[in-house]
Design a protein around this ligand. Structure first.
Ligand SMILES: [Zn+2]
Length: 479
């Protein structure tokens, strides 16, 4: 789809030189073939994928990996061990990824029937198009895929299934097939291709075109059938009202991994296509998730959106960059860093003032403060026991620095605070607020909230069509 591009806030020559200089402070990335040709980008996003189910983050002893292709990619990539989403749901997380800014600054702090991405900041695809890249996206999440979501700006080719009669929630194999078709026609020029997979989102349906994971044909889940058949309201499942047996919960977790196994196959296939087309050496591969999923952790079942614990905020992120040595990065990073990093790698003419950082442009620091915010309290989730304050004032916010993580929960009569030491207590089971000094972190989080309130532009609005309403119902968002 062709879009009219809004004027970019030009950084000017000085800004470009500053960005270029910063990009070489570490080990400077050689350009492909030494001829200074721009590098292409394959951006792979897997929706609702928590980090600890992938090889690089999986605890030893928790069984065989379900992600052999991703594990191989991790061996060739820079793996960010501590990557965090600024929001536990799709639209703000992807708004931050595509703009390099906190969602509040962009104006996307919710998803509802009307929210769309305002045009106040240029998006990755717009910047790439401006720089002469071919741009395409295969997007399957209905919040993003509807044509007026705003996320299509800058994409010459936008495959969302709309108007074709096909379901936008296409399985992983269909996404890969579409991406391969596009690559076969367009990879002779520098390109940006974004593929967004949805198979690991409830109701966890591995694409039937995938090779099934051993044992998966014997698995079934009452949780998923209740969800799909509408026996229960989604919130009765999410908040544990139904009280499923542990065996039912475990079966559902295994099916989540079956879906991941399918996505992993498709990612392997996509990476093989880069090799076959002989463009792997000129293509940056970024792999990430928008947010994680709670699989019964902290009283939340097969949902995200509602808390800010690690199962939702800690996302897998790795970047395979031609000419850059693979390795692990233990420093905390955020999805807001994706765009500044790509601006440097792809030599894009990006605005100077972003909230994120170029991850290869400066020495990693372990004490950076990262922030996150949940959604406003929503009336349709009235059974949620931990969102007692209505609207935006009721949303959770969190700040993490080093191993300390502070969560602010609005509550009638005064906010409740939770503090965790992630190094000693990675599962966030013991609230140590009041036992350890967190006054600086409290102040930083307060300031971040205040800045968000002051800077937040009004969300753009565009209504959802009947197809998207049906698809969002199938994902449990509407009833
Ligand atoms: Zn999502």
């Amino acid at each position: 789809m062709k879009e009219i591009r809004p004027p970019l806030s030009a950084p000017g020559l000085a800004g470009v030189l500053l960005i270029a200089a910063a990009a070489c402070l570490g080990s400077c990335t050689p350009r492909v073939g030494g001829n200074d040709q721009p590098m292409s980008l394959l951006l792979v996003v897997v929706d609702t994928l928590r980090a600890d189910h992938l090889g690089p983050w999986r605890d030893a002893g928790t069984g065989e990996t379900v992600t052999p292709a991703l594990d191989q990619l991790a061996n060739e990539a820079i793996v960010f061990d501590r990557a965090f989403s600024p929001a536990p749901f799709t639209m703000p997380a992807m708004a931050a990824t595509m703009t390099g800014r906190w969602p509040d600054r962009v104006g996307v702090v919710n998803h509802d029937r009307l929210t769309s991405l305002p045009s106040n900041y240029p998006l990755l695809a717009q910047l790439a198009l401006e720089a002469g890249y071919r741009t395409a996206a295969v997007v399957t999440n209905p919040w993003l895929a509807r044509r007026k979501s705003g996320f299509g700006r800058g994409f010459e080719d936008w495959y969302d299934g709309e108007g074709t009669g096909s379901h936008p929630r296409r399985g992983a194999a269909a996404v890969t097939r579409q991406a391969e078709e596009w690559l076969n026609k367009n990879s002779a020029e520098p390109f940006l291709l974004w593929t967004h997979y949805m198979d690991t989102h409830m109701p966890y349906r591995p694409d039937p075109a995938c090779k099934p994971r051993p044992g998966s044909s014997q698995r079934s889940s009452k949780v998923i059938s209740d969800f799909v058949e509408g026996q229960l309201q989604p919130q009765e499942i999410y908040f544990g009202v139904q009280g499923y047996a542990e065996s039912e919960l475990e079966a559902t977790r295994l099916i989540y991994d079956d879906a991941l196994y399918c996505v992993d196959q498709q990612l392997g296939r996509l990476l093989a296509t880069l090799q076959e087309l002989e463009i792997a050496d000129s293509t940056v591969v970024v792999f990430m998730a928008d947010h994680g999923e709670s699989l019964g952790d902290h009283g939340l079942y097969f949902a995200h959106d509602f808390t800010l614990y690690e199962e939702l905020l800690h996302v897998p992120m790795m970047m395979r960059v031609p000419g850059r040595r693979p390795g692990r990065r233990p420093d905390p990073v955020s999805l807001v860093d994706v765009l500044p990093t790509l601006c440097a790698l792809m030599k894009l003419d990006c605005p100077q003032a972003m909230d994120g950082e170029d991850l290869f442009g400066q020495a990693p620091t372990s004490d950076r403060v990262l922030f996150a915010a949940g959604p406003p309290a929503r009336e349709r989730y009235s059974m949620n026991p931990r969102h007692p304050v209505a609207g935006l004032a009721g949303r959770w916010t969190a700040a993490t620095r080093s191993s300390l993580k502070l969560i602010h929960l609005p509550w009638p009569g005064g906010a409740r605070m939770e503090l965790y030491d992630l190094e000693r207590d990675p599962m966030e089971k013991e609230n140590i607020f009041g036992q350890v000094d967190s006054s600086l972190l409290q102040e930083q989080l307060r300031n971040w909230r205040r800045q968000g309130d002051q800077q937040r532009p009004a969300a753009a609005q565009s209504p959802l069509g009947p197809d998207r309403l049906r698809q969002l119902r199938e994902l449990g968002y509407l009833r």
